[in-house]
Design a binder for this molecule. Structure first.
Ligand SMILES: [Zn+2]
Length: 202
């Protein structure tokens, strides 16, 4: 017999399917939502609907934005010769937070991971290659994927594919420990990783 009514059980399942939310947290959140004042619960639902309705992927860098192209791509002061490739929009936020990097970004929305079924076209790599062939002013691609097996494999894949193009491919320095996520790195570590990037052009 179910411990909760079907509607509550459904809410718990939906919350539990979110990343980083275990069964216990899902239950806690569900009961918190149920005990909220009506207007707070409605505001929560509306904020999800609104964010989803207004947010699109930037047609240039693939980052989430509510104006297309996004503010970074349409900023005339940004250096259009450098593109920093990251796994997620959260990484862009982390890099922007340190106010050091003035180039553009490309958000992959994942990493190349054939074992888990994430192929080249499941992440925004085709869009990156299209972008590079359409924009001759791009001279350097900085691979700022996480220091993980998949992050490194993605960086290597890009460097191999871009070898004939003459575009320089660099990898952020290993100041970041293996397995460390860009988004959780402190600003100094991140700034050093970016400054100390190494050429991995094939
Ligand atoms: Zn953009």
């Amino acid at each position: 017999m179910a411990r909760y009514s079907p509607s509550v059980q459904n809410l718990i399942s939906r919350l539990g399917a979110l990343p980083g939310i275990g069964g216990k947290s899902a239950q806690r959140l569900a009961f918190h939502i149920l005990s909220m004042p009506d207007e707070d619960a409605t505001a929560l639902v509306e904020s999800i609907t609104e964010a989803r309705r207004l947010t699109v992927r930037c047609s240039c860098c693939q980052n989430f934005t509510d104006s297309n192209p996004c503010p970074i791509c349409s900023d005339p002061t940004r250096d259009k010769s450098v593109v920093c490739v990251v796994e997620s929009p959260r990484d862009v936020a982390a890099l922007e937070r340190m106010h050091e990097y003035k180039g553009l970004y490309h958000v992959l929305h994942g990493v190349y991971n054939p074992i888990s079924g994430k192929g080249i076209s499941d992440i925004a790599l085709p869009q990156l290659f299209d972008r590079l062939s359409a924009n001759a002013e791009i001279k350097e691609v900085i691979m700022a994927t996480n220091q993980s097996v998949e992050g490194n494999a993605t960086a290597l894949y890009v460097s191999r594919l871009l070898a004939p193009s003459g575009i320089k491919v660099t990898r952020i320095a290993s100041g970041l420990p293996m397995g460390a996520d860009i988004e959780y790195a402190d600003d100094l570590t991140l700034a050093n990783a970016l400054k100390g990037r190494v050429n991995i052009s094939s």
